[in-house]
Design a protein around this ligand. Structure first.
Ligand code: S3P
Length: 440
């Protein structure tokens, strides 16, 4: 179903950020493993997260939604996870499926895993390889694509592993398998990726070791067979979702957008640093802590942007924000270059191809490179008028709709249904800020 975003004069107002997707997955998983009942407020009720909750419940945890955004999880504790009766369907979710592979590896159970067309085309060997070394058995075959069945073990072997790619999902899967392995498992991380697994596990009472190796890599160690204790926490707001609203505020001539309660974590803040380098002057006000994370209220208003070479040191901390960064780049003066972002090829879509197509169909000059892209900024409103192919990718859909609010002509997308995976209130929040987005 085609949806269209029409240019509007003003994007303004304040919105509370939706719960962070990464933290919401982890809250349900760790709560499901812990002894006792954990309680979370502000949990993201997106399809990806709901499916993780369903998987934990099929494996033996009790998961109850007791109010809007309020979830209570009674964990399996010492008893451990058990084989589910049916298939575990992770839908569109790389995080849910990959983290759960790590978790399930450490228990004596067998489970069949599936996902949608996008997830079934994404590489799982990056997680299966280290997990097999620890003792996981699976039917994935050399391609390592879903669907497949895996069989875990309560006698996993602890390993030391240096992931070849900067991936929080791979790091987390290995650490979570390590949680139930015999001995101490270590992940050696060359480039820092989001650290929510490490932070939240500590909130559940798990001890982790951190060391800086020569050359600057971080070694994260976890001793196996540690218990988790129930936790009550508020889930911080999602900086990746907030980025769409903040960008809409920057692009609108009369932009004035406040997003409340956004998590401020250096492993997630690259987009905001890049936007400031391009000339946005974002405001931030401290709002205390939630689940061990700093919260801020973020403000954006209109700014004339200039193109930049995105520093490669920012790439891991803005890996989900390149589609919306590309939209900012399209309105900027001069060229924006993205390099060192090869990981974009294996997201919900090949995001390099999807970004290039999104901009091109809306009249923006853009070039695909092996590990990124180069945008020729329009130095003002982009022509627009295109129909964007979203390729099952929520972040492409949201980026294109934000582009339409400030383009010369309306921008359409071929589907909006997958926005529910990460940000079900997106269309409502955009309407609240003055966007005109409707079917047809
Ligand atoms: C996530 C890690 C990132 C990110 C994804 C969420 C997580 O994926 O793109 O949206 O919660 O651990 P990679 O680990 O593949 O980079």
């Amino acid at each position: 179903m085609v949806w269209t975003s029409r240019p509007v004069r003003r994007i303004a107002g304040s919105v509370r950020a939706p719960g962070d997707k990464s933290c919401s997955h982890r809250a349900l998983i760790f709560g499901g493993l812990a002894s006792g009942t954990s309680s979370f407020t502000g949990l993201l009720e997106g399809d990806d997260v709901i499916r993780t909750g369903r998987a934990m419940s099929a494996l033996g945890a009790e998961v109850a939604n007791t109010g809007p955004g309020v979830w209570e999880i009674t964990g399996v504790g010492e008893q451990g996870l058990t084989s589910p009766a049916g298939e575990l369907d992770f839908g569109n979710s790389g995080t849910g499926s990959r983290l759960m592979m790590g978790v399930m590896a450490g228990f004596k159970l067998t489970a069949a895993l599936t996902g949608d067309a996008s997830l079934s085309s994404r590489p799982m060997n990056r997680v299966l390889r280290p997990l097999r070394e620890m003792g996981l058995k699976d039917t994935a075959g050399p391609e390592g694509r879903l669907p497949f069945t895996l069989t875990g073990s309560s006698e996993l072997k602890a390993i030391r592993y240096a992931p070849p790619q900067a991936s929080a999902q791979v790091k987390s899967a290995v650490l979570l398998a390590g949680l139930n392995a015999v001995g101490a498992t270590t992940v050696v991380e060359a480039k820092a990726t989001r650290d929510h697994t490490e932070r939240m596990l500590q909130g559940f009472g798990v001890k982790l070791g951190f060391k800086t190796a020569p050359g600057g890599a971080t070694e994260i160690s976890i001793e196996g067979k540690q218990p988790l204790f129930a936790l009550d926490a508020a889930i911080p707001g999602d900086p990746s979702s907030a980025a769409f609203l903040i960008a809409a505020g920057i692009l609108s001539r009369q932009g004035d957008v406040l997003v409340e309660g956004v998590m401020s974590n250096p492993t997630r803040s690259g987009f905001y640093d890049a936007a400031n380098l391009m000339g946005a002057s974002l405001g931030a006000e401290e709002r205390g802590l939630a689940a061990g994370e700093r919260l801020i209220d973020l403000h954006s208003g209109y700014a004339g942007l200039k193109g930049i070479a995105v520093p490669e040191r920012l790439v891991a901390s803005m890996i989900d924000e390149f589609p919306i960064l590309a939209v900012l780049a399209a309105f900027a003066t001069g060229e924006t270059r993205v390099t060192g972002a090869h990981e974009l090829r294996v997201k919900e879509s090949d995001r390099i191809k999807a970004i290039v197509a999104m901009l091109r169909v809306n009249g923006v000059g853009v070039e695909e490179t092996e590990d990124g892209f180069i945008v020729e900024g329009c130095g003002g409103p982009v022509p627009g008028g295109g129909l964007v192919e979203t390729r099952h990718d929520h972040r492409i859909a949201m980026s294109a709709l934000v582009m339409g609010t400030a383009a010369l002509k309306a921008v359409s997308v071929d589907d909006v249904s997958m926005i529910d995976t990460s940000y079900p209130e997106f269309l409502g929040h955009m309407a609240q800020l003055g966007a005109e987005i409707s079917e047809g």
